[in-house]
Design a protein around this ligand. Structure first.
Ligand code: ADP
Length: 324
């Protein structure tokens, strides 16, 4: 096999562990005797021709850093055929034979379009704190986001308990409840509201009243930002209006996106970067690599967004038992 030229990029929402994944892609490619290039700034950088050769030292001292040293972007131009044509022209001009895209489902849709329209071999590596991608039990960044949110929740509990207060804490996750469910369980939340199940204002109001009758000193509700009852502020307003119950709202926001990746995320990112390069070298294209049932996994790229990953039913049952 001749020496191949591979490019790696990060795209869409950033997630802790992206750097660890880039490092794994770079070092695995070099280990296998091929050359590796980094595209700076996601699809915007690709269209603008921001490509740099990378070596093992380019990725020294980054495994522990959040964010992405290759930078990322949201690129409107790439959503259009004309933008993707410009991107494909650059790839062909540089004689890049494979493109590894570390990102979320939006980035994968774009990569798939590039493959379909211009026959560019693409490999997706799932990195998003939301964990809402089919074909992998975990996405890069999710474990760190859960850990970060949990640290905040533990602190909120201290103040909630001191003042006998009800707190409604909003976590990220877009339209998915993975972060909320796991953080809620780890943080001992009395209630967890997720978009995957119907949230009921009356049931919530009745529960809060029961908690105070049972003599609970403080209560914590964790809500996913995309819950059907609304975000934390909306739910607090509804609870106040319908039941005259006061609560305090804490929206954790973008702190969940940053910080040094956890050990779990670093291992996952390293495994998936390594797997992505090997799958490409085996001739695979238009696929996503993942980690499922404690094994490396590979799925056709479109499945990543066409199939819905369900919340873990066992965890849902567990939480309803432990919080009652
Ligand atoms: P994420 O990858 O984190 O889900 P986005 O949804 O913002 O983030 O997607 C990242 C980028 O991927 C977008 O800015 C756009 O350039 C490209 N993209 C997203 N959806 C599509 C699509 N349907 N077709 C082509 N490109 C897309």
């Amino acid at each position: 096999m001749g020496k191949k030229k591979i490019a790696v990029m990060t795209s869409g929402g950033d997630a802790p562990g992206m750097n660890a994944c880039i490092r794994a892609v770079v070092r695995t490619t070099l280990h296998e005797g091929h050359s590796i290039f980094g595209i700076y700034g996601g699809y915007t950088g690709l269209i603008n021709g921001e490509l740099m050769p990378l070596n093992r030292h380019s990725v020294s001292n980054i495994i522990q850093k959040g964010g992405t040293f290759l930078k990322t972007s949201r690129c409107e131009t790439f959503r259009h055929k004309s933008g993707r044509r410009r991107a494909a022209d650059k790839i062909n001009e540089w004689a890049i034979e494979g493109l590894i895209v570390i990102g979320g489902d939006g980035s994968f849709r774009g990569a798939h379009a590039l493959f379909k329209e211009h026959n560019i071999p693409v490999i997706g590596v799932p990195a998003t704190i939301d964990n809402d991608i089919f074909g992998t039990d975990l996405t890069i960044g999710y474990d760190t986001a859960v850990t970060t949110a949990l640290h905040s929740i533990d602190k909120i509990r201290d103040t909630a308990a001191s003042h006998n207060r009800l707190f409604i804490v909003e976590v990220m996750g877009r339209n998915a409840g993975f972060i909320a469910l796991e953080v809620g369980i780890c943080g001992g939340a009395e209630e967890i509201l997720v978009p995957e199940t119907k949230s009921d204002l009356k049931k919530l109001g009745d529960e809060i009243k029961t908690w105070s009758k049972a003599g609970k000193k403080s209560s914590l509700i964790v809500v996913a930002e995309g819950d059907d009852l609304g975000n934390a502020n909306t739910i607090a307003d509804k609870v106040k209006e319908a039941y005259n119950i006061e609560s305090h709202v804490c929206v954790l926001g973008h702190t969940q996106r940053g910080g040094s990746p956890t050990a779990t995320d670093r291992v996952l990112a390293s495994r998936l970067g390594f797997h992505a390069v090997h799958e490409f070298l085996k001739g695979k294209e238009d696929i996503m690599v993942g980690w499922k049932s404690n094994q490396l996994n590979t799925i056709p790229l479109p499945q990543a967004w066409e199939k819905k990953k369900p919340l873990d039913k066992d965890l849902m049952n567990l939480y309803s038992v432990l919080s009652s």
